[in-house]
Design a protein around this ligand. Structure first.
Ligand SMILES: Nc1ncnc2c1ncn2[C@@H]1O[C@H](COP(=O)(O)OP(=O)(O)O)[C@@H](O)[C@H]1O
Ligand SMILES: [Mg+2]
Length: 267
């Protein structure tokens, strides 16, 4: 099942696709038939509890997908399955990123292949400064954005480099968590409720950064309770309910569908 509508993303991307099509050969046409990222019928369990119940979707490179649904719908479990965390356990289905299978790999290999999960609690390491938190992220594996580029994205981090990470405000911790993900060689950014607990003005700083991250070509899955805010940035949206996809389409389709919003998002 793949109901993802074909809506062009940013103009730049559409133009790039057009110019690519003009010069394409038979082999590049074949390559373009494959999604940049896909989940195929993934099923995950916590012990005997069957939680992610056959989730499938596809993404193009550079898209932002809003992954929505009520509390307990299975959003975090889906992100953790994609990042190949041990729990929940992915028992069947396939996860593909840029032509490489992730479903048969452990979390550290998925990370080395470009998957970075920013967890809801942000996982800032206690006792380490902002700079040391960034250093730790890049100790192993290929490097991504250099520090100056991360500080350009989040100037507040640069002002607080020697401050202990856990003493930052909620918004600054979120910036550090995203900065840390970008410091790795990243292809797919998974964000679990990045706006949680943030004042609107701080949320806007994060939103601006996510737009820059998209412009840099990074593909993002954004899980948010604040569905309206997530849909503002997203190209496509998936709605989960009890571990199953109940809607897949454009962000605009969700915003225009009152029943859908009422039934699954309470907005
Ligand atoms: N560690 C766990 N052990 C057992 N059940 C869990 C665990 N974490 C989450 N669940 C259950 O899985 C379901 C989906 O949870 P979750 O993925 O966290 O939902 P969401 O992120 O959409 O709020 C819920 O019913 C929740 O109780
Ligand atoms: Mg969650």
């Amino acid at each position: 099942m793949n109901m993802v509508a074909k809506k062009p993303v940013a103009m730049k991307k559409a133009f790039a696709a057009m110019t690519k099509a003009k010069t394409s050969t038979k082999t590049s046409k074949k390559a373009s038939e494959h999604a940049f990222f896909s989940c195929k019928d993934i099923k995950s369990y916590y012990g005997d509890s069957y939680i992610v119940q056959g989730v499938s979707f596809e993404m193009k490179e550079g898209e932002i997908l809003a992954l929505l649904g009520r509390n307990g719908a299975g959003k975090t479990s889906t992100l953790r399955s994609i990042a190949r965390a041990d729990s929940p356990e992915l028992r069947s289905g396939e996860v593909w990123l840029d032509g490489v299978a992730l479903h048969d790999k452990p979390a550290h290999e998925a990370a080395n292949l470009g998957v970075q999960l920013v967890q809801e609690d942000r996982h800032i390491i206690q006792g380490l400064t902002v700079k040391e938190n960034l250093d730790l992220a890049t100790i192993s594996g290929a490097k991504g954005w250099d520090y100056e580029r991360i500080y350009d994205l989040f100037p507040r981090l640069k002002e607080r480099l020697n401050q202990e990470g856990t003493t930052l405000s909620g918004g600054e911790q979120q910036m550090l968590a995203i900065g840390r993900a970008l410091s790795r060689d990243i292809k797919l950014l998974l964000l679990d409720e990045p706006y949680e607990g943030l004042a609107p003005v701080v949320r806007h700083d994060i939103e601006r950064a996510l737009i820059e991250v998209r412009e840099a070509g990074i593909t993002t899955i954004l899980v948010e309770q604040n569905a309206v805010a997530a849909l503002k940035l997203a190209d496509h949206a998936i709605i989960l309910d009890t571990g199953e996809v109940v809607f897949s389409g454009t962000a605009k389709e969700v915003l225009d569908n009152k029943k859908l919003r009422h039934d699954y998002l309470a907005i």
